[in-house]
Design a protein around this ligand. Structure first.
Ligand code: SF4
Ligand code: SF4
Length: 155
């Protein structure tokens, strides 16, 4: 477990992100783990954990989050929003984290180039995994428009 030095933490980090996605604040995360449990990327990349990344944001671990390779692995499928009791859209958060990392020069072109085939693989994996889970009856707090016909059958 890592130690967070409060002198190095940036308490405004969560507000900075919230403002970028047009919110006053990111709603309090219960740390329920539903996002992590449903995330298809987590099934193939053990270190990828949306709950943990949100926790790090709340703790103000700005450098650690923006410098992490992990923020690039979210395939933006919104499956976690589907099950989050707080309606937290991690995909929107991940998108802003990437923009911030790019603007601050925290990633190089070589990394982005190597990421391309990985992204395509993860996007395909997310699509297939989530359609399968919803078809099998997965229900969530929010309904994704593209899954409506399957959730209707499941209900
Ligand atoms: S599902 Fe929502 S409330 Fe639960 S851990 Fe994930 S972000 Fe937090
Ligand atoms: S948007 Fe998809 S890939 Fe990204 S954290 Fe949520 S469930 Fe995982």
């Amino acid at each position: 477990m890592e130690t967070v030095l409060l002198t190095q933490a940036d308490p405004n980090f969560k507000y900075e992100i919230a403002e970028k996605i047009g919110l006053e604040e990111i709603k309090p995360c219960y740390s329920c783990g539903s996002c992590t449990g449903v995330c298809p990327v987590r099934e193939v990349i053990e270190d990828f954990d949306p709950r943990r990344i949100i926790h790090m944001i709340v703790l103000g671990m700005r450098d650690e989050v923006l410098s992490s390779d992990l923020i690039w692995f979210c395939c933006l499928c919104n499956s976690c929003y589907f099950v989050c009791p707080q309606g937290i859209k991690f995909a929107r958060i991940a998108t802003e984290l990437r923009k911030m990392a790019l603007a601050e020069g925290r990633v190089d072109d070589d990394f982005l180039k190597r990421l391309e085939p990985v992204k395509a693989y993860l996007q395909d994996l997310c699509r297939r995994t989530m359609f399968m889970k919803v078809k099998e009856g997965l229900q969530g707090t929010h309904i994704m428009p593209c899954w409506r016909k399957y959730t209707a059958k499941a209900g």
